[in-house]
Write a protein that binds this ligand. Structure first.
Ligand SMILES: Cc1cc2nc3c(=O)[nH]c(=O)nc-3n(C[C@H](O)[C@H](O)[C@H](O)COP(=O)(O)OP(=O)(O)OC[C@H]3O[C@@H](n4cnc5c(N)ncnc54)[C@H](O)[C@@H]3O)c2cc1C
Length: 484
């Protein structure tokens, strides 16, 4: 059994020294910094659930690769059942955390790397796949947390990569020697990487001949020399930093969600961790296979868990306010449930219709059509759920005072009296639930849901490629008895 306890996970992070900056300051200890601590807590929870008799069936599975039980977030799906379990785990982790499980991009990139290294070796005679398997075995045996980095800084979208004045706006190989490669560039918007052990890096800008130096995929320890993280900094970060009591925040333990830029300034990667180097024709496959997996995750699984949190908070506020019988509120709650279940259905359909890709690789990916439909559907559904939550929660969602005011002698009685809504609920509970809704409706999750796993245009482009209208045309012609 190779599973780490949550305490061992935290201990393991003490050995890692990533170079991190936030809001103009260097962060020396991610375990004690209040903002980065939220990522540690979220990843730590995934270790706790893997050992919990109640949740271990969701969070663990058998890996034939090492013939042992592994955390599901290190497993590559090898059947439709695996994909369904993956979808269910996505919803479970999201509803329990109320934010991202930061291991999901790494999890999804394992699928793409497994499938594409297998294919490259078969078609080109390269030796990436055994290397990748050795790496994956290590991740599974040591029960490591792995983040995923795909999105580049990128230069002007009007120009081709080779025309950019600054060649490092996409991650580029700058040196190759007998021991490995050296890369320079950056990835932006990377979720929770600094509280992981490794980052899987995928290419983004290599499409054509001449762009071989941008065709690169590898894994690196998060604290390799030359790597720097510049963290996001938001009003939520500032609020957390100055909070005296974490209970004042809408999600005390796990926070909003934390991303950062990752800068690679001449980072050395040994050959045993390089999984793609120069074969530009396969770069797009690495990206699209990742996207195919990640769109099911983002579209039809984690947002379902988030909606559970939002719906639960709305239902509580309805009760606190004595609005149980208000017809339009019940309608709104039902609409939220329908949006949630439609999202869940899309995710599960992507899993159930999934299949082996490429044939013979042993890797199962979600259905391309339904994965993209999932993401496209949730991009709008999530905004709608937030709008409905805003209606039910009322203006207090954006006007509420601080929970600290409940402890301020001069005003605490006013706040207690006027914010309990005359119900049995305490003002403290009303405020906490309202704060949770503030986190969702006025926080980072709307835009995050839109762009995570790619903006909607990316899904539309993919749908245009995969939709097959022949059957529909045939049905129309058959109905009308048209023969040509
Ligand atoms: C909360 C969050 C977490 C994330 N976590 C990760 C992570 O862990 N790992 C990771 O790799 N990525 C991560 N991402 C990145 C995410 O995948 C990107 O945000 C997404 O792909 C959109 O890219 P972008 O942000 O650069 O936006 P842009 O690409 O700049 O998109 C902005 C707009 O420009 C349009 N556009 C862009 N390029 C073109 C073009 N060539 N022609 C026409 N229109 C164009 C888009 O359609 C969109 O309308 C995360 C993002 C968010 C918001």
């Amino acid at each position: 059994m190779s599973l780490m306890t949550p305490e061992q996970f935290e201990e393991s992070l003490k050995d890692i020294k990533p170079r991190i900056f936030m809001n103009g300051k260097k962060i020396d200890n991610i375990l004690t910094n209040k903002v980065t601590r939220t990522v540690v807590e979220a990843n730590k929870a995934s270790y706790e659930w893997a050992l919990d008799p109640e949740y271990k069936n969701i969070m663990t599975c058998h890996s034939p690769l090492i013939n042992d039980t592994v955390n599901r977030y290190t497993h590559v799906s090898a059947s439709v059942d695996d994909l369904v379990a993956k979808a269910q785990a996505g919803t479970f982790t999201a509803e329990m955390l109320g934010t991202c499980i930061y291991r999901c991009v790494g999890y999804d990139s394992f699928h793409s790397l497994y499938a594409t290294t297998w294919e490259m070796d078969k078609e080109l005679g390269t030796e990436y796949h055994p290397r990748f398997l050795e790496y994956l075995k290590m991740v599974q045996k040591e029960d490591l947390s792995v983040a995923g980095a795909l999105t580049e800084a990128r230069g002007s979208r009007k120009q081709k990569t080779l025309d950019w004045e600054d060649p490092y706006l996409s991650l580029k190989i700058v040196d190759k020697n007998k021991d490995g490669i050296v890369v320079k560039g950056a990835k932006i918007n990377i979720s929770g990487a600094f509280a992981s052990h490794y980052i899987n890096v995928l290419p983004q800008a290599a499409h054509y001949k001449g762009e071989e130096d941008y065709a690169v995929a590898f894994a690196t320890p998060v604290d390799a020399e030359g790597i720097t993280y510049v963290c996001q900094y938001t009003p939520n970060s500032a609020e957390r930093e100055q909070a005296e009591d974490m209970e004042e925040l809408g999600n005390p333990l796990y926070g909003q969600r934390e991303t950062s830029m990752v800068i690679f300034d001449n980072v050395f990667v040994p050959w045993e961790r390089v999984f793609h180097c120069g074969e530009y024709q396969y770069s797009v496959k690495l990206v699209t296979r990742f996207a195919r997996t990640h769109r099911m995750t983002c579209g039809g699984t984690c947002k379902v868990g988030f909606m559970n949190q939002i719906i639960g908070a709305c239902k509580l506020l309805q009760e606190y306010k004595g609005l149980d019988k208000a017809g339009h509120i019940n309608e709104e709650l039902m609409e939220m449930v329908v949006l949630r279940e439609t999202s869940r259905a899309c995710g599960l359909a992507a899993a159930y219709n999934g299949g082996e890709e490429p044939k013979g690789s042993g890797v199962f990916l979600p259905d391309e059509l339904m994965g993209n439909v999932s993401k496209l559907n949730v991009a709008n559904a999530f905004w709608r759920v937030m709008a409905l939550a805003g209606d039910i929660g009322g203006g207090l969602i954006v006007t509420m005072p601080s929970l600290r005011d409940l402890k301020t002698p001069e005003i605490q009685e006013y706040v207690k009296e006027y914010l309990s809504f005359g119900s049995d609920a305490s003002a403290e509970n009303v405020m906490k639930v309202t704060k949770l809704l503030q986190n969702w409706t006025a926080g980072l999750h709307g835009v995050g849901t839109w762009h995570g796993a790619g903006p909607v245009m990316a899904q539309k482009i993919m749908l245009q490629r995969v939709i097959d209208y022949d059957h529909d045309k045939w049905i129309a012609k058959r109905t009308l008895n048209i023969k040509d």
